[in-house]
Design a protein around this ligand. Sequence first.
Ligand code: SAM
Length: 286
Amino acid sequence: MPDSTIPDSPLPGLYIVATPIGNLGDIGVRAAATLASADLIAAEDTRVTAKLLAHLGLRVPMTPYHDHSDERTRAALVARMASEVVVLVSDAGTPLISDPGYKLVRDARAAGRHITTLPGPCAAIAAITLSGLPSDRFLFAGFLPNKAKARADTIAEFAGLRASLVFYESGPRLAAALAALAEGLGNREAAVAREITKLYEECVTGPLADLAARYEQAPPKGEIVIVVGPPGEAAAEEADDAMLDAALRDAMADKPVAQAAKAVAKRFGRDRHAIYARALALKGQA
Ligand code: SAM
């Protein structure tokens, strides 16, 4: 059951507060109350958060906290959490989700500080709900690497997963990312969700290759999430087999065939005899 209580004077500690990803109306009641009662807001970019505070009619001290903040900055924030309400926000959405905050939470936890989260907007979750693709199992993969080889290697790691995949992307990189996904995963169903909660929100769905062709013609503006549907059963099995063969080749590089097969069978939870036969076949091809 939801509990609507907001204490008048919150305990000292760290408050992780999600903020809107576009529409300022999406700020939660409890998030606004917590920002109002903060002694200090640690913000990814204080200029961005200043706009949110102005919208809420609040004036609260802020300090920058971002990916490049050093150990000393973190230690000072953790020290203040002992006696003050310190709120962590990023520019938009949920802190720590492709945004700064992980090390601050880690250190606050190590120091035994009170830590709580005020959940709210997150582009990944918003996109999966918009996409019409299976939402029972999904993997949030953040941003793909920029370089083609690293991007292809990352995509290959996900190929056998029986889950939808969620990526953050930018307009100029979108067509290349969709083409690389089609190449590495097959022409799966996908969705491109853009400018969620903003004036020009849209969600375009279709096979990856069609989406790649569409956005190659006209690179879109704004913020983007790609959702890719799970593989069909045959494709998932093919990807599993490819992973298995790669593991066998690796293992056979420094072990006799029988030992390699035993280790790989254990790792993948497969029948040892079947894997041994597969290993022999691979060795014969080599
Ligand atoms: N922490 C944020 C969250 O909870 O979603 C994400 C921060 S990450 C640095 C920014 C990326 O999130 C953008 O490049 C885009 O891929 C995605 N994003 C943020 N806002 C969005 C929006 N309104 N519509 C679509 N994608 C968005």
